[in-house]
Design a protein around this ligand. Structure first.
Ligand code: IDP
Ligand code: MG
Length: 137
């Protein structure tokens, strides 16, 4: 057993579309524990720190603008290998091709229409999870 914690964000599209409950339902149905949760409008400083690995990429500025476009729900969850487990629940980055059964595959909109918008963020490694949890909580 490797009990870990990870950061999940319900991005502005997920909150605006009323999908926070459905995303929480999937997290809880999998057996993960909710440790902390809050609704906030992240500052540019927080988003710059959160997305520092993407600074300079073509999608960086539109991504940060999208993340500033409305409230976000930040969730701290715990569970056995939850970092990779939540990434599996979320599905691949582009919802256009994310697998059915995943959050992005079932609920996400085609990136041809809604580039950047893919409903959720999940930390991608133990190092990212520790760093991101310290930023958001
Ligand atoms: P991830 O969220 O699946 O870990 P990352 O590569 O870390 O994906 O990218 C962070 C976020 O940036 C994505 O979730 C998505 O919102 C956005 N993004 C990533 N790649 C692209 C792209 O090629 N075009 C537009 N937005 C992108
Ligand atoms: Mg990522």
């Amino acid at each position: 057993m490797a009990v870990e914690e990870t950061l999940v964000l319900v991005k502005p599209d997920g909150v605006a579309r009323g999908l926070t409950g459905e995303i929480l339902r999937r997290i809880e149905a999998k057996g993960y524990s909710l440790v902390d949760i809050k609704l906030l409008e992240p500052s540019r400083e927080l988003l710059a720190a959160h997305y520092e690995e993407h600074f300079g990429k073509p999608f960086y500025e539109p991504l940060v603008e999208f993340m500033e476009s409305g409230p976000v729900v930040a969730i701290r969850i715990a569970g056995n290998r939850v970092i990779e487990g939540f990434r599996a629940l979320a599905g691949t980055t582009d919802p256009t091709t994310a697998a059915p059964g995943t959050i992005r595959g079932d609920l996400g909109r085609d990136w041809g229409l809604k580039v950047q918008q893919n409903l959720v963020h999940g930390s991608d490694s133990p190092e990212s999870a520790a760093r991101e949890l310290a930023l958001w909580f």
